[in-house]
Each structure stands twice: as structure tokens, then as C-alpha cells.
Design a protein around this ligand. Sequence first.
Ligand SMILES: [Zn+2]
Length: 472
Amino acid sequence: MRSISLMLAAVLIAAASPVHAQHSAPQPVTPIDWAALDSETVHILSDYLQVNTTNPPGNEMRGVRFLQRILQQNGIEAQILDTAELGATRGNLYARLRGNGSKKAIALVNHIDVVPATPADWSVPPFSGAIEDGYVWGRGALDMKGEGIVQLMAMIALKRSGVPLTRDIVFIGNSDEEAGSTGAEVFAEKHRDLLRDVEFLLTEGGDNRVEQGKVDYFGVGVAEKRTFWQRLTVKGVASHGSRPTPQNPVPRLVAALDKLAHYETPLHVTPGVQKYFHDISRTYTGEHRQWLADVTAALQRPTARQWILANVYWNAILRNTISLTGLSGSNKTNVIPSEASAELDIRLLPDQDPAEFLATLEHVVNDTSVVWQSLATPRAPLESPIDTDLFHAIERAARERVPNALVTTPMLTGATDRPEYRQLGIITYGFDPFLVEASDAQRGVHGHDERVSVQNVGFGVRYLYDVLRYVQ
Ligand SMILES: [Zn+2]
């Protein structure tokens, strides 16, 4: 592990050395002492990780007050909002650093809550904020208190250094992303006035890919799939299992599920996904490179198609997917139940019509005794344009850190709070401020021993600070 990390460490450290001044970006009036700021940031993150905002129940008000105090200490007024709707122990935080107003604002959005942690599974207590072995440890270090503090400190660095801003920088901390997303929902619904001048928004949902110390790409999340969960129910007549009847609902349900399991959803390439494959093609050779450079064309060819779809992530970003998950029938071997049901985890590509897809599935099953029930209304579709000032600012900042870095647009197969803001017309990107080994991210996010390296914390603040300067 140590030797592997050397290359990555070099990238992280290199980023802390002075970057060439670029002509068009606004410069600080007062120079920043980055070493001091890094250390301050690490300690603030450690303190923030000690604020237990496990959701449920959330208790995000503790985190709201923590962030508000730091903003106010730095002369940035921060308002606590939406406690009436969310409850006294919860709320959203809103702050704004003013620019000259000649361009529209950019919002930095983070969620204050974290998923539960089981202390017995961890090497350090999950709410200790321990700074050990070059890491800051704790639930939320990666998802997403670490990014929240990077946003906070990048904004504070802009303020302290007096960088002339054309765009206001808006900071929003939301409650409840991990459970019901009620924080972002209420904020987007109630505070359209505060968001009216916001052109761009950065939050979680990007994914920089680092493997064995090598940065494969910087990922900007421009799109995510939409969950469209369904429950299928078949009713029958309960009776004794020793005398089979045609009214047993289980075989009927199984037949429906079998058809769905064998149904191949059509392949469909969205613009962001086409770009993603084209971008990563340069890291391949031979026919693989040729195929990925134009994935739409490659999918017409059986060999190429088979190779591409064998990758479970690639398959999932090229089509609507259906996973058969929950299943229930009788709880006794000798009882024919009166009802059998199954749950489907359906994920739609952002430009797909849920009603139309449901009609297709009903047609595939072709059995009116199967009753379909949507478990939640799908959220607004999320796909943001790529050719924007913010995207180019991210490219520029990334390439200053890793020469010729690939900056691409992997689609998220999961879900975030972004659709709540995107539906207001805001160009919304998932942004990852860290270069974390894939194995560390895999283990830590919603898992055990979540942690972020001290080097990454400093890297993240400087990286976002530059992105925010370059987008002015
Ligand atoms: Zn998160």
C-alpha cells in the first residue's frame, strides 16, 4: 500500500506548490498561507466529524450551528432556514459571499447528515474525528462532510485573500440527504428567490478515479439515473400446500418475474455517456480503443457489444436497468399464500419517460392479474450541459494538477439531491475534491473506517479555490 501511494502522494504534494499564474483568472490581493490554511481545515474537519448527525434521526441542527459559527467568525453571515418544515432539531444553512454581480452566482451544496456507523466495525470510534496515520477518520469524511468543509474553506480562502469575484458564492448545507432528501426538497421549493440568480451548482456525485496511485480521470457528474422502484403483487386463494390449486399466486408471480428477468432493455446512449466513453478510449489500445471512441457505432457490432456490456457499470449507464430484489410469498412450507409480491429496483436513464417504460414492462409481463405499484415518484431528470464555463474551469484546475488529465463525465447510477436544484434550471455538477484510491472509497463510503488523507484535505481546498477563481 505504501509504495502504491507514492505516485498519488506526488500529485497531491505537487498541487500544493505554486501554480503558474494564468492571465484570465482573478488573483488574491492578500497571499494565502496554504500550510496554515491546510492545518486549520484539517482541525475544523476533525471537529465537524465529531458532531454526530447520524440519519435517522439526523439532528443536523448541531451541524448547521457548527458551520454557521465558522462562517460568522469569518465575517460571512449565515442563515438557518426551514426548521419549521424539518423540525426543531433539523434545518438548512444558507450563506452568500458577494461578488460584483456582473455574472450569475455559483452554489456549493453539501449535506450535513451521515449514514449510521457501527463502532465495533471500526478501527477508531466513528465520531472521534481522529487525526492519525496521516488521515482524518470519521463517518462523513468522504460522504460528505469532507467535501462540505472543503467548500466552506475554499469560500473562506476567497474572502480572506480578497480575490475579486464577478460571481457570488452561495453556500448551502442541507439536512436529510441520506434518508428522505427533505432538506433539499424544502430548500428548492421554498427559496427559489435565493436561487434565482444561481447559474451553477457543485455538490457530491462526481467521482475521480484513482487506481494504484494513478489518476485515471477527474469525474464531473453531469447526469444521474432515476430510481423508479416497483412492487408487483398477485392475489390468489390461501389453502393447504398438500393440494395444489390454480389459485396459487406464487407460480403466476414467478412467471411474470421470469419474463422480466429475460427482457433486455434497449440500449440508449446519452450525450454525457458518449463523451465519457470517447474520453476514456484513449486509455485503451487496439480495437477496444476504437470501439469506445464511438460507443454508439460499437454497440451495433456483436463482439464489441458483448465486450462493452460485460462491464456492469458500463451496462448500467447504457440502458434502463431492472434488478429483481425483494420477494415474498408464504412464510410456511405447507401454506399456499393468498398473495405473493416482488420488488424491482428499476433505474432509468435521465431522458426516459417513466410512464412509457412502465407500459413497456406491463406489455412484457402481459398478465392483468399482476398489479403494479410505484414505490416512489421518480425525481426530476438530471442531465446538465457539458460545454460551460464551469466545466472548463474544472478542466483547467485538474490539468494544472495532473498534466493531460482526463476530465470526463461518468453517469451516476445512484441518486443524490441534485435533481431538486436542476429542476430550477441550475446547471448542476457532481464534483469530487479528492483523489482517493478506489479501494478506500469503496470501503469507506457507507462502510467502515471512512477516512480522508490530510494531504487530500489540503488538495481539495486548493483545487476548489482554483475552480472558483477560474469560473469568474
Ligand atoms: Zn452523500
